[in-house]
Each structure stands twice: as C-alpha cells, then as structure tokens.
Design a protein around this ligand. Structure first.
Ligand code: G6P
Length: 589
C-alpha cells in the first residue's frame, strides 16, 4: 500500500528518497514520485509504474525532499494521480483516505483553485497552501489543515522557502528519525533503518517538524512533546531471492524456520501479567483480516476442540462496526503480520474500549498494533516480501498454538506436542513440488472449489484465498457438507476441486463430497494424511502429508495449497510476488 519517505540533510535528497522508496516496494503500489526543494524551489518528478521508472529523478539537486509510492484508492493509477501533489508553494505526500475531500474540494474550487488530479490527497495540498498563505508558518498551516480533514492520514509536507519537513499522523503509520545533521520520515521502519539513528513513532494526532538539527514532536494542541527515542538497528539487508525465482517460493521454503522461530519463544508467554490474564480467560475473540483471519479460524478449532474455550473469529472490518458484545473473561487476540492493518487496529482499539485486554500476534517490532496492545507475541517469520502471505501464516499458527499450550498448562490439561512441526513441514514442502504438474487442470477452469470440514475447512479457505490472490481464478473455500445446498450446481468438468482431509472422524464425510463432485465430472486433487484415500479412483492427484494431531493439521495441509497457487500463478503467466490490485500492508479502511 502507499509508502512515504522524506529526507533533510547535507546529502542530495533524491538518491536517498529513491533508495527509501525501493525498500517500500514490497508493500504493493502502482505509481511513484518525489519532490525536492532546490534552492527554495520545488521540483517534482512522478511516474506511473515502478520506482525504476523514476531513475531520471536521481539527478535532481537539493537536500530536502519527500517521496511516495501510491496504491490507488481515489482515482486511477496514473502519473497525474501520483504523489507528491503540489498546490502553490506546497508539496504533499499522503497515505490514508480523506473522507471529506469532495466537500473541501468544492470550497477550494469556489475560491477559484484548480485541481490537477482526481485524488482525495490533493485536497491536503490545497488546504495547507491556503493556511500557509495566512500563517507563513508550515507547522501551523499543517495543524490548521489537519483540523479540517476527516478520515485517516499520514502527511509529509514541503513548502517553498522553508528548510524543513512537516508531518502529521492520524490512523496511518509514520516514523520520524534523526541522525548527524540529518532528519528522516517514513511510513515503514525498513525505509529508515540504519545503525545509530534515533527514531520516534508518531502517535495519532501528533505532528512533527524535521530540520537538519533536530526532530520535534507536537501534540494535538501543538504543545511540544518530549519523547524517548529508540535506536534503529543496522540496516537490514534487503531480502534476496537466492536460488528461487520468486520471493513467494522462497518464503514457502522458509516455513519450517518460521514455525521453529515462533514456537514458545516469545517472552510474552512467560510474562506474569499475561499469565494472570490467561488464568481468567474464558473466551477468545480473534480479530484479523485476510490470511491472519484464517489463522484465527484454525486457532478457534484447536482452542474449542482441545481446551473447550469458546472462541469467536471476527473479520476485523466487520467487528469494528458491529457493536460487539465482549463478555467479561474475554481475551481479544489481534493477529496481523504487518501490525499496521487499519481494520485490525480499529477492532483491537474497540475491544479495549469494551473492557477486554488485547494480545497482539504480529511479525513487526514497533508496529502500531504492538504499541496499542496490552501484550504482544512477536512471530519469528522474518521479513515477508511476497504480497501473498505464506510463512507468516505458519508463524501465526505456531504462536497461537503455543499460546494454547501455555493455557493448557494452567488448566492442568495436556496438548499434543508441537516440536516436530518444523521437520514435518520440511517433508511436506518436498512432497508439494508435484503441484507444479497439476497446473494444466486449473488453466482455463471456470472456478475452483476447495472443500473440507472442521479444521480442514479453515485450510480450504486459506488455499482458496492464495489461489485467488495470485492466479485471479475465481475460487471458493467451502464446507464440504454445504456443497449440496447450492454450490454443487456449479460443478462440472471445468471446475477442479481440491479436497483437504486430515480428520479421521470426518474423512468419510468429506469423501462423500468427493464422490459427488467426481460424479459431475470434476477432477479432484486431494491433500490428506490417509494413504488409502490417495489411491481412490475419484482422485486425480494427491499430496500425502504426514500424520499429525488433526487440530493442528493446517500447519501442514496449507503448504501444498500455497505451492499449488504458486505454480498455477506461474502457469497463467503472472508474477506471484506482485498480484495486481493488492497490497502487502493495508493501512486504509
Ligand atoms: C493484505 C495482504 C494479505 C494479508 C492481509 C492482512 O490483504 O495482502 O496477505 O493477509 O492484508 O494483513 P496483516 O498484515 O494484518 O496480516
């Protein structure tokens, strides 16, 4: 999703900005731009497409600048709609959505102002420019403008004649940092990382003024705020694909390590306070989006089946507007790889308002979610670059199942062991390579069904999401028993079906569905831990996964599904790492 960088110092700004933008590329975007102040005058370069298309901008001189990668919300992805947006002496980059842009635009147009894009963001440049004319002070102008903007924003602003960058944050992440004679801003830590830089995460409603000498942070009333900085680590080496053609394939290979690094390792699980909260937990509420929502569904199956803890799993964007009932004894678990998903943050905040403690499960240290939550378990997936989540799903499961294991201890109950999963996952990855040979059955298919019951249904939903995301084939993850109540009408020889069967109690039941779709001409692909099922005549091809406690089986059964999506994506000619229209981190509603 949209990314922001900004630099002020003694070096030329353009190369620093382009370097920062490259580090934000993984988030998903469709256009780029930078604005540089050169001897007090603004120079702007923007392009539709990728950062490489902006190479010429590297020649811009000037030591102050802002840059942006845009993921279109309002207005098509085009050069015209790319940021920075300029009006008068002001240039702005914006992440978020300004909800009253149309109203404000009408006011500006009535003043005779002409707009040059279809974006909601351009309004920020107009309103700030208006107040800058009155105030002559950029911080005050941004402050007054922010008071008029509804919605969410992270803003970085330049003004002609001013040797500073001014920033504002409301519900969209922004981090500012200072080094020797330099100042920085970015929407994401990797764009800033360098040893010794002192960084500050802006809170909602805060403003910052960055000069070569210092970073100053101001509260919602513009009073100066004193803050503890945290030291950034050595610049993280940009992840490389190594021997793999794509990050997604490499990240599937890293699943065993991600599981290993997320099992029982979190200090949080030893923390006395969380132990007390766990002892008084009678219900779990999960709030999450996308793949993280599916790991929540898998967790719910295990929590209810193994420990009988009633668990509700909520799509965060639904939860936040649902006036949720939060009974006493509820622990809300917010699951988010990035820790920046706007809906998940809002849901977690609402749960706290309703009296629940929030436990965050996230992969990103210093993320907004980890700062908001009462407790955090950091998953050890390492940086995930491909937009479609893979290893982070397994890391979330490992952390969530570890949480259950700790709870089991308090309840003097015993859970099946988890330690073998890294090795078992390694075995499944090898076996899943055969999915490459399944692709021809999926090319030209009308739609694809993923079927399962119980925990296998949760795996089916994740398998379907992966396929949709990177192949653009319509697909559905479905409860096998529900097939006859409508979906079966869609099944024919052009609808491949992927069935997941790992639960001995439900195997025969799901096989009924397999018979039904086979009888209608569908090719059936099976992921199972039961060897006898693989040789059934209804099964076109299968991956036999090792036997494991079925409550935890998504840790293994989802791997072949990820691999299948990857190979079909290649077969249809897509770049699996960068699916169209999607972003890695969804920081707007
Ligand atoms: C986006 C990503 C998905 C991810 C979802 C939730 O849609 O493309 O891969 O599952 O956001 O992201 P989070 O960072 O909260 O886990």
């Amino acid at each position: 999703m949209c990314g922001i960088v900004g630099y002020i110092g003694r070096r030329r700004a353009a190369p620093v900005l382009l370097d920062g933008l490259k580090k934000l590329e993984y988030r998903g975007y469709d256009s780029v731009g930078i604005a540089v102040l050169d001897r007090g005058k603004l120079a702007i370069e923007k392009r539709s497409g990728r950062v490489a298309a902006l190479a010429k901008a590297e020649e811009l001189s000037g030591t102050i600048g802002i840059g942006h990668t845009r993921w279109a919300t309002h207005g098509a992805p085009s050069e015209r709609n790319a940021h920075p947006h300029r009006y008068g002496k002001i240039a702005v980059v914006h992440n978020g959505i300004i909800e009253n842009a149309a109203e404000l635009r009408a006011i500006c147009e009535a003043r005779g102002e002409v707009f040059s894009s279809e974006t909601d963001s351009e309004i920020a440049a107009h309103v700030i420019a208006h107040y800058f004319e009155e105030e002559g002070d950029l911080l005050r102008a941004v402050y007054r403008a922010a008071g008029e903007l509804n919605g969410s924003f992270a803003l970085a602003v330049l003004a002609e004649g001013k040797e500073e960058i001014v920033c504002a944050r409301r519900a969209s992440p922004l981090i500012v940092a200072e080094g020797e004679g330099e100042g920085f801003v970015a929407s994401d830590i990797p764009a800033l990382a360098a040893k010794g830089r002192r960084a500050y995460v802006l809170e909602d409603g805060e403003f910052a003024r960055i000069t070569r000498e210092k970073v100053q942070i101001f509260g919602a009333d513009l009073a100066l705020r004193l803050r503890e900085a945290f030291l950034l680590e050595e610049e993280e080496l940009a992840p490389e694909k190594g021997r793999f053609a794509h990050f997604m394939r490499k990240e599937i290979e890293e699943v065993p390590e991600a599981i290993q690094n997320s099992l029982f390792l979190s200090d949080t699980l030893q923390n006395k306070e969380i132990c007390e909260v766990l002892c008084q937990t009678y219900y779990f509420d999960i709030v999450a989006c996308g793949t993280a929502y599916h790991s929540g569904l898998c967790f719910a199956c295990a929590a209810e089946r193994l420990l009988r803890v009633p668990t509700r799993v909520h799509i965060a964007s639904e939860y936040r507007y649902s006036d949720p009932i939060v009974p006493r004894g509820t622990l809300t678990v917010a699951v988010s790889q990035s820790g920046e998903t706007a809906d998940t943050l809002a849901a977690a905040r609402l749960a706290q308002e309703r009296g629940s403690k929030v436990l965050a499960i996230t992969n990103v240290v210093h993320s907004s979610l980890s700062r908001l939550a009462d407790f955090t378990i950091f998953t050890g997936a390492g940086r995930e670059v491909a937009v479609a989540a893979t290893k982070s799903f397994h890391a979330q499961l490992a952390a969530l199942y570890s949480l259950l294991a700790v709870l089991a201890k308090y309840r003097r109950s015993c859970l099946p062991p988890l330690e073998k999963f890294p090795d078992l996952a390694r075995e499944v990855i090898q076996k899943s390579e055969c999915a490459a040979g399944w692709s021809p059955y999926f090319l030209g298919s009308k739609s694809v069904f993923f079927l399962g019951r119980g925990v296998d249904r949760c795996a089916a939903m994740e398998g379907s999401l992966k396929l949709k995301e990177i192949t653009y084939l319509p697909s559905e993850g479905y409860a096998a028993g529900e097939l006859k109540h409508g979906t079966l009408a869609l099944v024919d020889g052009r609808t491949p079906v992927v069935a997941i069967i790992t639960d001995p109690q439900l195997a025969d039941k799901t096989m009924n569905a397999v018979h039904e779709v086979y009888a209608r001409g569908a090719n059936v692909f099976l992921i199972t831990c039961f060897p006898a099922l693989c040789t059934q005549k209804e099964v076109t091809a299968s991956v036999l996964i090792p036997a494991c406690p079925s409550a935890f089986s998504p840790m293994l059964s989802v791997i072949p599904l990820q691999m299948l999506a990857y190979h079909v994506s290649l077969a249809v000619g897509n770049d699996p790492d960068k699916p169209r229209n999607l972003a890695k981190s969804v920081t707007v509603e």
